[in-house]
Ligand binder design. Structure first.
Ligand code: MLT
Ligand code: MN
Ligand code: ZN
Length: 308
């Protein structure tokens, strides 16, 4: 009671690790058992203060497996039941939303918290929420993006949520993919009112804007975008023509990279999440992973538990 429990359901980026069609050194090595690494499902965490009622952050295409692997989310009280009391979406990307279709059963509406931009994307370019109306339906709660407004969620005791707009990227199918709007992607400061412990969570983070350092400063745990090691990782492997920052992911290494940013917060627990399968930090004996360790930065894995 009175402490915040964070459970990592999926620590991988879109595609997961290994990715079904990827033959990169990491994916191939993991399949063959020739590298020191563990598989990761697609990006999601859940948070609770009582261990019974959980907020699901993002709904991964792997959500059914993730629920099977974490008993507190399973039905335990009624014929139809779930430990998931509410769902918060931080963006409308495929890897963060497709699982909503997997959670369509039941007559009770899903309590869904997202920004107006995400709501627009999920009712137009990718009309998932309209499809869900033919199944369980949703209660949409709009997330404000002025950076000042906090909200609470019924049943989620003790926790306060403060969302902030972030520069990342809307999904490829979005009408505003190349015309960013505040609310396409958000980060969230989550505070336990009893203990004043705080988590800052931002699995998609392309740029450290001036409104972010004060939030990092307040956080006991900073859990941020760990997608790529370098800005040109996918380009260098011939897998994409865009750079990491161009698709909304600030890389770890180099000037302005996450390592340099996180070094400014020596007292916080620092965790990277949403790790792409090409990232060398997935190899536990890589020099890149050692650099993170030297900087006090951890790499999230499926099943990781953090109690603040
Ligand atoms: C991203 O964050 O850029 C996504 O993982 C892309 C995707 O889901 O395909
Ligand atoms: Mn993603
Ligand atoms: Zn790969």
């Amino acid at each position: 009671q009175g402490s915040m429990h964070i459970h990592v359901l999926g620590a991988g980026a879109g595609g997961g690790f290994p990715q079904w069609n990827c033959n990169c050194q990491n994916c191939d090595g993991l399949r063959k058992g020739t590298i020191k690494a563990t598989k990761r499902t697609q990006s999601s965490i859940c948070v609770s203060s009582d261990g019974v009622h959980w907020v699901l952050f993002n709904t991964s295409p792997d959500v059914l497996q993730q629920i099977q692997d974490f008993p507190p989310l399973q039905p335990g009280r009624a014929i139809r039941d779930s430990g998931i009391s509410a769902i918060i979406l931080i963006d409308a990307q495929i890897d963060h939303t497709t699982g909503l279709l997997m959670l369509r059963e039941g007559t009770q509406k899903r309590e869904l918290y997202c920004t107006d931009m995400v709501y627009q994307d999920l009712t137009t370019g990718n009309p998932l929420l309209k499809i869900l109306d033919h199944y369980c339906g949703i209660n949409h709660h709009e997330i404000p993006t002025d950076g000042k407004t906090s909200f609470e969620i019924p049943k989620i005791e003790n926790l306060t949520f403060t969302p902030v707009a972030l520069k990342s990227a809307a999904p490829p199918y979005s009408p505003h993919r190349n015309n960013p709007h505040p609310g396409d992607t958000i980060g969230m400061l989550i505070e336990d009112k009893k203990t004043q412990k705080r988590l800052f969570y931002a699995p998609g983070l392309g740029e450290i804007e001036p409104h972010l350092p004060p939030l990092f400063e307040k956080a006991d745990c900073i859990m941020v975008d760990g997608t790529f090691w370098t800005n040109t990782e996918m380009m260098d492997m011939g897998l994409m023509t865009k750079k990491a920052r161009d698709i909304g992911h600030n890389p770890q290494s180099g000037e302005g990279g996450m390592i340099e940013v996180l070094d400014r917060y020596p007292n916080a627990k620092k965790v990277l999440i949403h790790i792409n399968n090409t990232n060398p930090i997935l190899r536990e004996d890589s020099k890149e992973r050692q650099i993170l360790t030297d900087h006090g930065i951890e790499v999230a894995y499926d099943g990781m538990d953090i109690v603040l």
